[in-house]
Design a protein around this ligand. Structure first.
Ligand SMILES: Cc1cc2nc3c(=O)[nH]c(=O)nc-3n(C[C@H](O)[C@H](O)[C@H](O)COP(=O)(O)OP(=O)(O)OC[C@H]3O[C@@H](n4cnc5c(N)ncnc54)[C@H](O)[C@@H]3O)c2cc1C
Length: 455
């Protein structure tokens, strides 16, 4: 009998466990898959709460056209998914406390009042800027890339807020090739981002659509927990792993010691580093260097006359100009009206991240005050919200800073060369932070383990 243990019941661990069960569990008598999750419930960052009939997302709220692995998991969870409303096409940028509507089309974007004439001319010159020299050594930051191609103003007004909206990151530290590999390839292949975008449009490549489960993100792990035909233990953590002759010895938080033929570690990087310490100090050191900034998500529900105040749109991102403490506001009830109560305005505000570590030290009450005051000034939401909820992520999103890819390659090569029993890693710090990429990493880890154990 082969026993495979998956450590961590977020989306990566769930994906690994389902794929491992498909691969190993065909003969249930001979094989066993066990999923361990430290918390009392599955899902990791996927957290949905229902408050007085209003659905509040504390972690991710949607996914862009799911990759095959995520689509398969969603189907297995038996979850109904809905696309975003057409209103989600409208997006705003907030600069110096004023909202400006922006277009995703780069030419229309240049018509907006967000840039000076000189900054617009510089941005328009992008197709004439030569590509980065092949001899240029090492990684390039997201900020340096956008500044080089479009000018400093375009970089700070458009690129920086976008990066904060996705990574809660600092564009001066984030790696272009790790965070936006397609842009690096576009520059290489077309010599220009504008030309690359035009080529995609000619090929008929569609703008991807946002989707969300009708019952909230956490309905996915809940459904998967019910559908699992393998053993799932919640409220139990892996305390340590030790390589023995031809199997792993695992010590669990409930005191049990068990053997496993193969392991998938699907925890955040810092916990993976702690567990890997006895296997490879180098791999552990590399993983422990990946920063995860603090991030707060404030969910607010306004009702009555106030609910009509914010413009029907996806929401707004904030230019880093010291005029606001917010990273972004998503108009949940405009993006997914079908899962919001009629007549309510459901907003989700993000604060903190790599550029505002100071906000991690503020209390929930302070954050709430700060957010409601800004929303009063932006949208005239002067009455208190019916519902407010703060979700804190002490370790939110892994930062793919410069040198990230080399760090991950070092970890992978350490594990390849290790003489320890089979072990694979899964999670959002490896090859993309999106739910689709993270789910794919789980399936790949299970496949790698299957190859090692049966090959
Ligand atoms: C606020 C926020 C908003 C986001 N929005 C989006 C979005 O809209 N769309 C999108 O695609 N992505 C979004 N993301 C990113 C996405 O949610 C994450 O990348 C993904 O959910 C991470 O999954 P994971 O399984 O790698 O890690 P996690 O979800 O962190 O799961 C790891 C699990 O391991 C468990 N664990 C840790 N140590 C142990 C141990 N020793 N033993 C057992 N269990 C252990 C933890 O309890 C946890 O459940 C968002 C992230 C955040 C924080």
């Amino acid at each position: 009998m082969k026993r495979v243990v998956i450590i961590g019941g977020g989306i990566a661990g769930l994906s690994a466990a389902f794929r491992a069960h498909d691969l190993f569990g065909a003969d249930a008598e001979a094989n066993e898959v066990l999923l361990l999750e430290e918390r009392g419930e599955l899902g990791g960052k996927l957290r949905t709460e229902s408050n007085a009939g209003h659905l509040l997302e504390g972690g991710p709220n949607a996914f862009i056209d799911p990759g095959p692995e995520l689509a398969e998991l969603v189907a297995r969870a038996g979850v109904e998914v809905m696309p975003a409303d057409a209103a989600a096409k409208r997006r705003f940028l907030c600069k110096q406390g004023v909202l400006h509507e922006v277009q995703t089309n780069p030419i229309a974007l240049l018509k907006s009042g967000l840039l000076s004439a000189g900054a617009k001319l510089r941005a328009l010159a992008e197709p004439t800027i030569g590509k980065r020299s092949r001899d240029a050594n090492g990684d390039e930051s997201v900020e340096a890339f956008f500044t080089r191609r479009f000018g400093a103003k375009m970089s700070s007004v458009f690129a920086a807020p976008l990066v904060s909206g996705i990574y809660a990151g600092d564009p001066a530290r984030l790696s272009l090739s790790s965070c936006f590999p397609r842009l690096a390839v576009m520059e290489e292949e077309h010599g220009s981002i504008v030309k690359g975008m035009m080529a995609l449009r000619k090929e008929g490549v569609k703008v991807p659509t946002l989707h969300t489960p009708a019952e909230g993100m956490q309905s996915i792990p809940r459904g998967l927990g019910e559908a699992a035909a393998f053993e799932v233990r919640t409220g139990v953590a892996a305390r340590s792993i030790a390589p023995r002759e031809d199997a792993w010895e695992l010590t669990l938080s409930d005191g049990e010691v068990m053997a496993a033929d193969g392991l998938v570690i699907a925890t955040p990087a810092a916990e993976a580093a702690r567990l890997l310490e006895p296997v490879s100090e180098l791999a552990a050191a590399s993983l422990s260097k990946i920063p995860y900034p603090h991030l707060a998500v404030v969910s607010l529900v306004y009702v009555g006359e106030q609910a009509a105040h914010a413009p029907k749109a996806f929401g707004a991102l904030f230019v880093h100009d010291n005029s606001s403490d917010l990273l972004g506001v998503i108009h949940e009830s405009h993006v997914f009206p079908a899962r919001s109560s009629e007549g309510s305005l459901n907003l989700r505000v993000m604060l903190g991240g790599a550029t505002r570590p100071d906000l991690g030290g503020r209390s929930d009450e302070e954050l709430l005050k700060l957010v409601t005051e800004e929303l009063a000034s932006l949208h005239g939401l002067t009455s208190p919200p019916l519902i407010s909820q703060v979700t804190r992520w002490k370790e939110s999103i892994p930062q793919y800073n410069m040198g990230h890819a080399e760090g991950i390659e070092l970890v992978r090569s350490e594990l390849r060369e290790s003489t320890a029993p089979p072990l694979a890693l899964a999670g959002n710090y490896l090859s993309g932070i999106s739910l689709s990429d993270t789910t794919a990493s789980g399936a790949q880890a299970a496949e790698q383990l299957h190859g090692q154990l049966t090959g």
